[in-house]
Ligand binder design. Structure first.
Ligand code: SF4
Length: 264
């Protein structure tokens, strides 16, 4: 992984700079400046700087508690176990995921895991029979994932995601620092990690795997939209299998939904 360069501590990197709140920069300029400043920082130092120095009290981790999520949760817990963590319970998740959330939360001593849910009236309006995922998965993801997350992100200036470039598709070439279209900074600490780094981290720290991984589920989302992955397939091949869809939408521009008429 490319962040195997000599560690740069958060203190070393950040001490000579004012906090983000003190700098009247555009969000794009700020992302560019953060990316440059922490280009050589190892993953833990990057997280330490973002959580303690750049966005104290204003940054949140968004986690699926899926197949690889334990790595980033462990890293964040190492830096600051009180970091807020948002978990989207779509109402369509595997029971194993909910139990894994509880197990990891306790094990890592995460003290601020927030389970967020879709608006009930919205679900009743758009998905009364519960099968919207079959006919219109984009709209289903919008009301069950995108909207609740957008609501929960209000009040935060930055968020942390666990996406990795090696997952391919829209994630290929993912930067460690970017912006969303709501004016927030997005940090992708694992952007440059490879599968071997993930596996090594699990082993080194004795982290428990999501129970469905052993059953061939390598990327885990909602039950109706997650399939096992065959040997040789891409890691996300089991997501929305057979549909022209590869992302739930929380990392896509919100404007996309308005263009598609989903801003209902
Ligand atoms: S992953 Fe499937 S069930 Fe879950 S919100 Fe998206 S379309 Fe709906």
């Amino acid at each position: 992984m490319s962040d195997a360069s000599p560690p740069v501590t958060a203190t070393q990197v950040a001490d000579s700079f004012a906090s983000v709140a003190d700098r009247p920069l555009s969000i794009a300029d700020e992302a560019s400046r953060l990316a440059d400043r922490y280009a050589e920082a190892d993953t833990l130092s990057l997280l330490d700087a973002m959580i303690h120095r750049e966005f104290p009290g204003r940054i949140v981790l968004v986690s699926s508690f899926g197949a690889e999520a334990a790595v980033l949760l462990h890293l964040v817990a190492t830096v600051e176990p009180a970091t807020p963590v948002l978990f989207i319970d779509t109402g369509k998740l595997f029971g194993e995921t909910l139990r894994y959330r509880d197990e990891l939360t306790a094990r890592l001593k995460l003290s601020d895991v927030r389970t967020i849910r879709p608006d009930a009236s919205r679900v009743e309006q758009a998905d009364a029979d519960g099968v919207l995922w079959y006919g219109n998965p984009d709209m289903c993801c919008y009301i069950r994932r995108v909207e609740p997350l957008q609501r929960a992100l209000k009040g935060f200036d930055a968020w942390i995601s666990g996406r990795k470039g090696f997952h391919g598709g829209e994630r290929q070439g993912l930067p460690r620092v970017e912006t969303d279209d709501e004016g927030r900074i997005k940090i992708n600490p694992l952007a440059y990690w490879q599968k071997v780094d993930i596996d090594d981290y699990f082993a080194r720290h004795g982290l428990p795997h999501h129970p469905l991984v052993a059953d061939g589920f390598l990327s885990i989302g909602c039950m109706p939209c997650t399939d096992r992955v065959a040997p040789g397939e891409d890691i996300r091949a089991g997501r929305w299998r057979g549909k022209n869809k590869s992302e739930c939408g929380i990392h896509l521009p919100v404007a996309r939904w308005k263009v598609d008429g989903f801003d209902i």
